[in-house]
Write a protein that binds this ligand. Structure first.
Ligand code: T1G
Length: 696
């Protein structure tokens, strides 16, 4: 199948792109499109116009796999320019997604029509880029400067209906897209109504103040990511520069960013997110069909999980112990949907349709016919084990049983159910209907088709699935607990929580770790420390400061005070905490040091990388890139650094090992350099190479 085909329907030339799976604009597609333009120009028999369409979906943008290498074939601006200067009018018929370069090609056309369920966007900033084939110059000429700023700097996709409102799309085509597009074309040709192309239009008048405010917000929210700021600059230039100059500046910025460290890091994550859901040996395994889902426990996690399934179109039955608890859970779900409706994020009818798929009961027996049951009850082994013993007896044969536990032994819970082959962990991250990360926890007894079912469900939920082995804290919480311990050592040795938080937000985390600990609750970490007491290595350093805060009732945001004190929801450093720290330092008699932000950041990164190396060596994570995905999507590790292991490879493992050795000198027993890291550093290798990939 050629990547681009050309046929004729009377006076209409039809150019069709077929480059599965997403019609990326590969060199073959770009070459084919250019040849089609030239063929049409030379073919005097085509009186009318040109319809540009595609196979499974419209074009999803440049072929990201080509980046980082010498770009073969004609570049995309050449293709867009050829279409835009064609003597024949072109119409883009969009279905599926028109993203990045795909939308830029459509912007080179006179018209754009779309199927109602099509989605459009310029997501380049998510790859550390800006549109490089005219998007920042052509979009403002159609939708106006403010809208273009928002769309290009956020990279968000919009539905066809919103695109229609913006005149980005000239018509929505119900039914057969090709037929509808040809009818649209013929009607416009008959009326002689051929509009100017985007390139021939001026940027419409705009509100300077509103645009300046929008641009300032983009710069403020960038948090170290360069692309959104550059994207805003390029869009703003459309209002002042002639088109040719604006296009040249855009292209220069795009080419510079394409080679940047941030773009390389984000490309790494792009492919890592997709690879994480692939388990060697599962390729041909057919998942079990999941139609009806049961969620047990309608607390914060249970209701979030129920919403995630309702959003994905599943009917859900929630189970609680009492009618009151059930009513509270349902109310929480209704409130969530009403909030989305109020914010204009969801239509009233769609919210009602999702709620109509929700049932509630206090009888687990009502789940006897469910295909998947997800448990989200109190984090206690005895409570969960008793529940799974009961579920193992009442659920239909073949039903998949999942626990949402964040650290308990999944294999023990599987044994309690007496159905270990049907059993796995689905570790959602709060809020479960918002956070995209989902750790799919496997035991050595799980049936392959059940693991495949967990991954298929994750995809249907729109989650980023990462397969984790069954170890304390799986991947993310395991690394995060070690990271927290290392930060507590810094506290005792002279750093304060507010300096550490400032250092880590400067590093790119949206929130400092101590602010996060306050959010999740200091009692959660206390329970984990108590649970770990039995297996804590003899001689491991133990910092009592967080325990003292717990004893003072300072459990975090939920009690109005933790590492910070909270006034009207605002976090403020608290001198009382500094006094507790000072008293502990005195009691311990630890020599005091001062730590620069760089030293804190190196210490923190060393902690994450060192524990990640242990997680890898123990087989808890399949790949280094899986760990990058977990830390970025579950814990706020700055995406433009690619994740801790990608960044470690980029920095060089010899340098990271030196930071780990310094960390170990502070932590002592239990903080020793991980053997895998030591070995890779000794060999001058990388985590990427260890995983069988090219080094960063
Ligand atoms: N290039 C190469 N491969 C791509 C690709 C792309 N743009 N998009 C997806 N794939 C692969 C992906 O790796 C996976 O491969 C398979 O397709 C299915 O993807 C000049 C410079 C389109 C919404 O950023 O958002 O244009 O794992 O699992 O869930 O200004 O893919 O099967 O081997 O994601 O149905 C801008 C990125 C590029 C769009 C479909 N475009 N893609 O989602 O499938 S830069 C993007 C997506 C650009 C111009 C600039 C999604 C999707 P494998 P998938 P999906």
């Amino acid at each position: 199948m050629t990547a681009v085909s050309l046929e004729q329907d009377g006076d209409i030339a039809i150019v069709r792109v077929d480059n599965p799976p997403v019609n990326a604009l590969s060199a073959a597609v770009r070459t084919g499109l250019l040849e089609a333009v030239r063929t049409i120009e030379g073919n005097g028999r085509i009186e009318g116009a040109v319809l540009l369409c595609a196979g499974r979906t419209f074009m999803a943008g440049a072929d990201v796999r080509e980046f980082g290498k010498e770009l073969p074939g004609p570049d995309l601006p050449t293709v867009v320019q050829a279409i835009a200067s064609s003597p024949k009018p072109w119409l883009a018929a969009i279905h599926g997604t028109a993203l990045g370069g795909g939308l830029e090609v459509a912007l080179g056309c006179h018209w754009r029509v779309a199927a109602p369920d099509a989605r459009l966007g310029l997501p380049e900033v998510k790859l550390g880029l800006i549109p490089g084939a005219g998007g920042t110059q052509l979009l403002p000429r159609i939708v106006g400067l403010e809208r273009a700023l928002d769309l290009v700097a956020s990279g968000r996709q919009i539905e066809a209906a919103e695109a229609r409102e913006l005149d980005l799309v000239d018509a929505l085509i119900e039914g057969d897209l090709r037929e509808g597009a040809i009818a649209f074309l013929r009607e416009r040709l008959a009326a002689g109504a051929i509009p100017p192309r985007a390139a021939e239009r001026p940027v419409p008048p705009f509100d300077q103040t509103a645009v300046a405010k929008l641009a300032a917000g983009i710069r403020r929210r960038a948090r170290g990511l360069e692309a959104p700021v550059q994207a805003a600059e390029s869009v703003l230039a459309a209002a002042t520069l002639p088109l040719a100059e604006g296009l040249a500046c855009e292209r220069a910025t795009f080419l510079r960013l394409r080679e940047s460290a941030q773009a390389k890091a984000l490309r790494h994550l792009f492919f890592a997110e997709r690879e994480a859901a692939k388990v060697p040996g599962l390729e041909a395994v057919v998942p079990r069909e999941i139609r009806h889902v049961g969620v047990i426990g309608a607390g914060t996690m249970g209701t979030g999980i129920a919403i995630a399934f309702l959003d994905a179109g599943y009917p859900v039955t929630i189970v609680e112990t009492s009618a009151e608890a059930l009513a509270r859970g349902r109310a929480r779900i209704e409130e969530a949907y009403q909030g989305l409706v109020k914010r204009g994020r969801l239509g009233q009818a769609e919210a009602a349709a999702r709620l109509a798929r929700l049932e509630g009961t206090s009888e687990p027996e009502a789940l006897a016919a469910a295909d998947l049951v997800v448990e989200a009850v109190f984090e206690d082994m005895a409570v969960k084990s008793a529940l799974f013993a009961h579920l193992g007896r009442i659920l239909r044969p073949g039903a998949v049983i999942a626990t949402n536990t964040s650290y308990l032994d999944v294999a023990a819970l599987a044994r309690a159910s007496s159905r270990p082959r049907d059993f796995l962990g689905l570790h959602f991250f709060a809020p479960a209907n918002v956070m995209r990360l989902l750790e799919v926890v496997r035991t050595d007894k799980v049936a392959p088709e059940v693991l495949a079912t967990g991954l298929a469900v994750a995809r249907k939920l729109g989650k980023i699935a990462v397969v984790a082995g069954n170890g304390d804290g799986f991947i993310g919480n395991r690394i995060w607990a070690f990271y927290r311990r290392q930060l507590e050592y810094l506290l005792e040795d002279g750093a304060d929580p507010y300096t550490i938080d400032a250092a880590m937000t400067a590093y790119g985390f949206p929130m400092g770790p101590f602010a996060v600990f306050d959010l999740s609750g200091l009692d959660i970490a206390l329970a984990q420390r108590k649970r770990r007491a039995a297996t804590r290595p003899a001689g491991e350093r133990y910092v009592r400061i967080p325990d003292i805060l717990c004893e003072l009732g300072r459990l975090g945001r939920k009690t109005g005070a933790g590492w910070y004190r909270y006034t009207d929801g605002r976090a403020e450093p608290d001198p009382a905490v500094l006094e507790v720290i000072a008293a502990e330092r005195t009691r311990r008699g630890t020599p005091q040091q001062s730590f620069t932000a760089e030293a804190i950041q190196a210490h923190a990164r060393a902690a994450m990388v060192n524990e990640a190396a242990r997680v890898l060596a123990e087989g808890i994570a399949l790949r280094p890139s899986d760990i990058d995905v977990v830390l970025v999507h579950g814990y706020g590790f700055p995406s433009w650094r690619g994740g801790p292991l990608f960044e470690a490879d980029t920095i060089g493992l010899d340098r990271v090992l030196a930071d780990v050795v310094a960390m170990a000198a502070v932590g002592g027993v239990g903080s020793e350099p991980a053997p895998l890291l030591v070995e890779l550093a000794r060999r001058g290798s990388t985590f990427g190479a260890w995983a069988g990939k090219e080094s960063a």
